[in-house]
Design a protein around this ligand. Structure first.
Ligand SMILES: NC(=O)c1ccc[n+]([C@@H]2O[C@H](COP(=O)([O-])OP(=O)(O)OC[C@H]3O[C@@H](n4cnc5c(N)ncnc54)[C@H](OP(=O)(O)O)[C@@H]3O)[C@@H](O)[C@H]2O)c1
Length: 110
């Protein structure tokens, strides 16, 4: 975080939260707004990678990979609607790697 702060000239802080857990996320957003003021931009980068070829994909593997992407972005959307009236951008990172690429990357979901 110190290196990032030095590179950006801004103020960087680490605040742990589970994007799949609404209350954990709410606490983090409230704490961020209390400390820094209104949240203007959100970049959702949470991801879990579980490499597997298609015939080895189980429901629990799929759930583990999908949860932070789908539930995480949905929770962020709902909470930002409630708590971040001045939000200007909401960016969700993903990957095209599951479509054209390496055989074991079928679970690298966008
Ligand atoms: N790296 C690449 O080459 C690449 C290419 C294309 C797209 N992307 C996309 O860019 C994004 C970031 O990639 P990355 O390489 O930085 O991934 P990464 O190094 O695997 O980091 C993913 C982060 O997500 C966090 N995370 C997982 N589940 C979470 C949850 N429920 N709540 C909060 N945080 C959670 C992990 O935290 P913990 O470590 O605490 O579990 C980890 O810090 C991803 O969306 C990925 O799909 C990456």
């Amino acid at each position: 975080m110190k290196r990032l702060q030095g590179q950006t000239g801004g103020l960087c802080e680490y605040m742990p939260a589970d994007v799949c857990d609404m209350e954990s996320l709410r606490r983090a957003i409230v704490a961020i707004q209390w400390r820094f003021g209104n949240v203007m931009h959100i970049v959702h980068t949470a991801a879990v990678i579980e490499d597997a070829v298609v015939h080895n994909v189980t429901f629990s593997l799929l759930e583990r990979v999908l949860k932070p992407k789908v539930m995480g972005s949905w929770n962020l959307h709902l909470l930002s609607e409630q708590l971040c009236p001045q939000l200007k951008s909401f960016v969700c990172l993903g990957s095209a790697a599951c479509v054209p690429t390496l055989i074991k990357h079928t679970l690298h979901l966008t």
